[in-house]
Design a protein around this ligand. Structure first.
Ligand code: NI
Length: 135
């Protein structure tokens, strides 16, 4: 099997808070990330598709097609947005990298044209990265 990865970037702001907790509890739990007006990240997302190269193309998945899907389904909807406020599919979740990766998986998994979605890695900072493999 061959693992093919497309990397995309986007910039977005978010605020980590749980609406069921008090302001003080949110501050204790999320510290600076609970800042009322949010803060931003330059996210990097790496989407990996697994499969065998197809006979007629030699590709597992055409990266031009995958790039277009990632742009339409994800990047256009989250880039330069406030993830808590502006993005319908992130409403009602705490927008940690973990939760965002799971939502992105749900959106992308049925859209992958060839091969199978293997993983979504979401880098929130240079040092923090999460990876989701759908289970
Ligand atoms: Ni943050």
């Amino acid at each position: 099997m061959i693992y093919v990865t497309r990397r995309v970037t986007f910039s977005a702001s978010h605020r980590l808070f749980n609406p069921r907790l008090s302001d003080k509890e949110n501050e204790e739990l999320f510290d600076k990330c609970a800042n009322r007006n949010g803060h931003g990240h330059n996210y990097i997302m790496e989407v990996t598709v697994v499969g065998e190269p197809q006979e007629h193309t030699g590709y597992v998945v055409d990266l031009k097609t995958l790039k277009e899907i990632l742009r339409q389904e994800i990047v256009d909807k989250v880039d330069h947005r406030h993830l808590n406020e502006d993005v319908d599919f992130l409403k009602g979740i705490i927008p940690t990298a973990e939760n965002i990766a799971k939502v992105f998986w749900r959106i992308l998994q049925p859209k992958i044209p060839d091969g199978k979605l293997f993983s979504i890695r979401l880098h929130e900072t240079e040092n923090n990265v999460v990876e989701y493999r759908g289970e």
